[in-house]
Design a protein around this ligand. Structure first.
Ligand SMILES: Cc1cc2nc3c(=O)[nH]c(=O)nc-3n(C[C@H](O)[C@H](O)[C@H](O)COP(=O)(O)OP(=O)(O)OC[C@H]3O[C@@H](n4cnc5c(N)ncnc54)[C@H](O)[C@@H]3O)c2cc1C
Length: 452
C-alpha cells in the first residue's frame, strides 16, 4: 500500500478495455486482510485488498472509547513490527492498534484500496474465477479471500423488550458512560466486553446490574506470566475446536487499568449487582435464571484449572517462577450471589438503559458461492472453502482458538497464502505439447507471479 489516498478504483479507463483482472482479491483490510496481503506478497501473488472504510476500521470506530487490548503488546502484534512507544507488557489503546495496522500496511506496501465496498461475488460461468461487483465497478478474480471480520452483525436476542422508553444498544454501539441517559443500567452478557463496560459504568457512578452467564475467566497473570503466555506454553491457543458443551461459554478478560483478573465477587464488592442469565421480559419486569452461583462456580473451576496446569508446567520444566498462593484465595460470595435476584421491576429499579453484550453473527449475503452449509455457516478446512478459489481468514476457530486474535490470524493468513501459491503452480503447469506450442509461438512462459 503505497498510497492510502488512492484514486477511484478500478481506474475509469478500465471500462474501455473490460473489467480489471487480478489473481487474488482480498475483501477487508482489518488485521486479517493486512496479514493475508503480507503473505501473498511474500509468495509474489498479484493481489488487491478492498476495504469499504479505512484500514482497521473496527479498531478505529467500532469499539468503545477507552478500550485497550486484552493481551499485552509483546503478544498481540504481528511478528514483523513491534508497537512503537509501548513497553512489552503494556496494553495498547484501540487507536494505537488501528495506527499499528496502518503503519504495518505501509511497511509491507500492501496494495490496499480503501473506500471500496465489495457488494457481490459470483462464480463465473464458462471460465475460471469469480466476478466481483464493487462500489467502483466489476473485477474478475481467480480467487477471493474473505477477511471481513469475525464480528460482523451485532446480535440482540429476541427477548429484548419492545419498550421505546428504554435506551437499548448493543455493546458494539457503546462508546462511553456519558452516552447513556440518567438512571441505572442492565448489562446483559459478561464476556470481555460486558464486564469491562459494566465496570466502566459503575466507576462513572451508575447503578449497574450485570447479567452473568457461563464463562471462562483465566487469571490475568500467574507466577509472573500473563495468561496469554500460559495459553501459549500449555498449547491452549492451539486447541482446534471448542470443547463440546462449551459453545456458549464466553471468556472474561481485560487489559483495562493495567490488566486485572476479572473477579465477579470483586465487581460485586465494588457495587455492581450480579444477576443470572437474562431469561425474559414481561410487563416491565425482567426475569433471570437461577444459575448465577453455578456460573460463577464454573468460572472459578476454569480459573483454578489454569493455575493447576501452570503449576504442573513449572514443576515439570523446573522453572524458577515465584509461587503465588494468594492467587488461590477467594473472596466470600456476596449477597447478590447467595440470594440472587430472580426478577426485577425495571422502573422500580430505575433502569433506563440496557446494553446487550451478547455477541455477533456473520453476514455473507454478498458472497453468492457454494461455501456454506445448510445453516449458512462457512464450510471450510482451515479457511480453504468448499468452493474452490474461496478462502476465509479471521473467523472464530478457523483453525484454532487463536484464529480471531491478532497474533493468531497472521498464522492462518500464512496457511491461506501458502495454499494459493500451491494452487498457482498447478494452474501454471504446461504439458510438453503446450510448452512446445508456446515456444513456437514465441509466447513468454507463463509467470508464476504475473497476473494471468
Ligand atoms: C471489543 C473487542 C475487543 C477485542 N480485543 C482484542 C484484543 O485485545 N486482542 C486481539 O488479538 N483481538 C481482539 N479482538 C478480536 C479481533 O482482534 C478483532 O475483532 C479484529 O478487529 C478482527 O480483525 P479482522 O481483520 O478479522 O476483522 P475486522 O477488524 O472486523 O476487519 C474486517 C474489515 O472488512 C471490512 N469489510 C467488511 N465487509 C466488507 C465488504 N463487503 N467490502 C469491503 N470491505 C469490507 C470492514 O470494513 C473491516 O475493516 C477484540 C474484539 C472485540 C469485539
Amino acid at each position: 500500500m503505497t498510497d492510502l489516498k488512492q484514486p477511484a478504483f478500478p481506474p475509469r479507463s478500465a471500462s474501455a478495455v473490460g473489467p480489471l483482472e487480478i489473481d487474488t482479491l482480498v475483501v477487508g483490510a482489518g488485521q486479517a486482510g493486512v496479514a493475508t496481503s503480507e503473505h501473498l506478497s511474500r509468495h509474489g501473488v498479484p493481489h488487491l485488498v478492498l476495504e469499504k472504510s479505512r484500514i482497521a476500521e473496527a479498531w478505529r470506530s467500532g469499539r468503545w472509547d477507552s478500550l485497550v487490548t486484552n493481551g499485552p503488546v509483546w503478544h498481540d502484534r504481528f511478528p514483523g513490527m513491534e508497537f512503537p512507544d509501548l513497553a512489552p507488557d503494556a496494553f495498547a489503546h484501540k487507536d494505537q492498534v488501528a495506527d499499528y495496522f496502518e503503519a504495518y500496511a505501509r511497511q509491507i506496501a500492501a496494495p490496499i484500496r480503501t473506500g471500496v465496498e465489495v457488494r457481490r461475488v459470483v462464480r463465473n460461468s464458462g471460465r475460471a474465477g469469480f466476478s466481483v461487483e464493487t462500489s467502483e465497478g466489476v473485477i474478475l478474480a481467480n480467487r477471493v479471500v474473505v477477511a471481513t471480520g469475525p464480528f460482523q452483525q451485532p446480535v440482540i436476542p429476541a427477548i429484548a423488550p419492545q419498550d421505546s422508553a428504554l435506551y437499548q444498544i448493543h455493546s458494539a454501539a457503546y462508546r462511553n458512560p456519558e452516552q447513556l441517559p440518567e438512571g441505572a443500567v442492565l448489562v446483559v452478557g459478561a464476556g470481555s466486553s460486558g464486564v469491562q463496560i459494566a465496570d466502566e459504568l459503575q466507576r462513572a457512578g451508575k447503578q449497574v446490574y450485570l447479567s452473568v452467564g457461563p464463562h471462562d475467566r483465566p487469571p490475568r497473570a500467574y507466577r509472573n506470566r500473563d495468561f496469554v503466555w500460559w495459553l501459549g506454553v500449555l498449547g491452549l491457543w492451539d486447541a482446534q475446536a471448542m470443547q463440546p458443551g462449551k459453545e456458549h461459554v464466553t471468556i472474561a478478560v481485560s487489559g483495562a487499568h493495567g490488566g486485572r483478573t476479572i473477579d465477579f465477587r470483586e465487581l460485586a464488592g465494588q457495587g455492581i449487582t450480579l444477576v443470572g442469565l437474562t431469561q425474559a421480559f414481561s410487563e416491565g419486569v425482567v426475569r433471570f435464571q437461577a444459575d448465577l452461583a453455578d456460573n460463577i462456580a464454573r468460572g472459578d473451576e476454569n480459573y483454578l484449572a489454569l493455575l493447576d496446569a501452570a503449576d504442573a508446567y513449572i514443576a515439570r520444566n523446573g522453572l524458577d517462577l515465584p509461587e503465588e498462593p494468594s492467587a488461590r484465595r477467594c473472596l466470600p460470595d456476596p449477597d447478590c450471589v447467595t440470594q440472587p435476584l430472580l426478577e426485577l421491576d425495571l422502573a422500580a429499579a430505575g433502569i433506563s438503559a440496557i446494553i446487550w453484550a451478547t455477541g455477533y453473527a456473520n453476514d455473507f449475503n454478498w458472497l453468492q458461492v457454494d461455501a456454506f452449509d445448510a445453516n449458512g455457516k462457512p464450510r471450510h478446512q482451515r479457511g480453504v472453502a468448499s468452493e474452490p478459489g474461496i478462502y476465509f481468514v479471521g473467523l472464530p476457530w478457523l483453525s484454532r482458538r487463536g484464529s480471531t486474535f491478532i497474533w493468531g490470524v497472521w498464522h492462518d493468513a500464512k496457511h491461506i497464502a501458502d495454499h494459493i501459491a500451491t494452487q498457482r503452480t498447478y494452474t501454471a503447469y504446461r504439458d510438453a505439447q503446450q510448452r512446445q506450442a508456446e515456444a513456437q509461438a514465441g509466447a513468454a512462459p507463463v509467470s508464476l507471479t504475473g497476473v494471468r
